[in-house]
Design a protein around this ligand. Structure first.
Ligand code: CO
Ligand code: ZN
Length: 326
């Protein structure tokens, strides 16, 4: 499964530019499902036909990044954020554009206090010597993402873009396993989650499922002096209770808990005080769709080095397989 995760995390796909990720997933799944389609917003929908309940499984394909807003006469780039981006997180990091051009993020050093650093006070150096020089590599409107490798160490993976290629990997692996079920399963790889859960709602409206699960990352409370949170790496996938976008529907939440207990799958419960997920836009679609979530515990979310535990990932696949067979 590491190979799938490696390929997914290393594929370029900031919000609104998910096509490369969608193409990769389409290639991985096209022989394992009955139908594959892409909708107007760029959501990739893989359908396994069935006569039972219609179950939508959603994982967002997009990753956070930056967008070039201005190029100065010396070839330095000014930029804006695509999704939630902390200035301290991006400071000193490498970013990579779709064409492979690499830049380094730095800041105006005459700032009186580093605590006042804002994205407007930062720039990207792409090793250009003039505006014309820079424009041979990059244009205003181009997006870039973190440039960082994906490594497996001690049963855990350190990588950029775990949010949410790890969710995509879980759904890809589930579909590849071809779990036995009479239900109709919609594996939906959504667009534009990081800019406001924009793709998932329209995808759900088009499919009108009987219930939905969002598969995404969640924060943990297991690092030095962090905010208390009852989720830790290696203790199993987290069943969503609540985040800022959704209160999990009791029918979905209880079914997940039942599946976990019956199949001896370690699990924990997610109450995420910051951030939302695709279930937030799915559950208010049309007349309302019972929705919940399965979350992969992840350290350092929205950073270039996010960490997950392989056991949690594998157990998430098991939990979702049990869920869709109900
Ligand atoms: Co995110
Ligand atoms: Zn996410």
């Amino acid at each position: 499964m590491f190979d799938i995760i490696n390929k997914l995390t290393q594929t370029f796909g900031p919000s609104g530019n998910e096509k490369k990720v969608a193409d990769l997933i389409r290639d991985m799944l096209k022989d394992k499902v009955d139908e594959v389609k892409t909708d107007v917003l760029g959501n990739l929908i893989c359908i396994k036909k069935g006569s039972g309940k219609k179950i939508m499984l959603a994982a967002h394909m997009d990753e956070i990044g930056i967008i070039v807003s201005f190029i100065d006469k010396n070839g330095f780039l000014r930029f804006s954020n695509v999704g939630g981006l902390n200035p301290f997180v991006i400071l000193g990091k490498r970013v990579i554009f779709e064409n492979g051009s690499v830049g380094v993020v730095w800041y105006e050093e005459n700032i009186d206090d580093i605590k006042n650093i804002k994205l407007e006070k930062m720039y990207i150096d792409i090793a250009a010597s003039s505006k014309e020089d820079a424009e041979r590599l990059v244009n205003v409107g181009d997006m870039a993402v973190f440039e960082a490798g994906t490594i497996l160490q001690n049963g855990r993976i350190i990588s950029k873009s775990m949010d949410n290629r790890i969710g995509c990997a879980v759904l890809v692996q589930t579909a590849l396993n071809q779990p036995e079920t009479e239900n109709e399963i919609y594996y939906v790889f959504t667009a534009q989650e990081e800019v406001g859960l924009r793709g998932a709602g329209p995808a759900a409206y088009g499919l009108m499922p009987d219930m939905a699960l969002a598969v995404d990352v969640t924060a943990t409370g297991d690092t030095p002096e962090c905010k208390p949170m009852a989720v830790k790496l290696g203790a199993g996938p987290a069943i969503k209770i609540k985040d800022r976008s959704v209160i999990a529907h009791p029918e979905v939440k209880d079914l997940l808990i039942k599946c976990a207990i019956e199949n001896n799958i370690p699990h924990q419960f997610e109450i995420l005080s910051q951030g939302g997920t695709d279930a937030g836009s799915i559950h208010t679609t049309a007349g309302g769709i019972p929705s919940g979530g399965v979350a992969i515990p992840t350290r350092n979310v929205h950073n270039s080095a996010e960490i997950v535990d392989m056991k949690d990932v594998e157990n998430a696949v098991k939990l979702i397989e049990a869920f869709i067979n109900q």
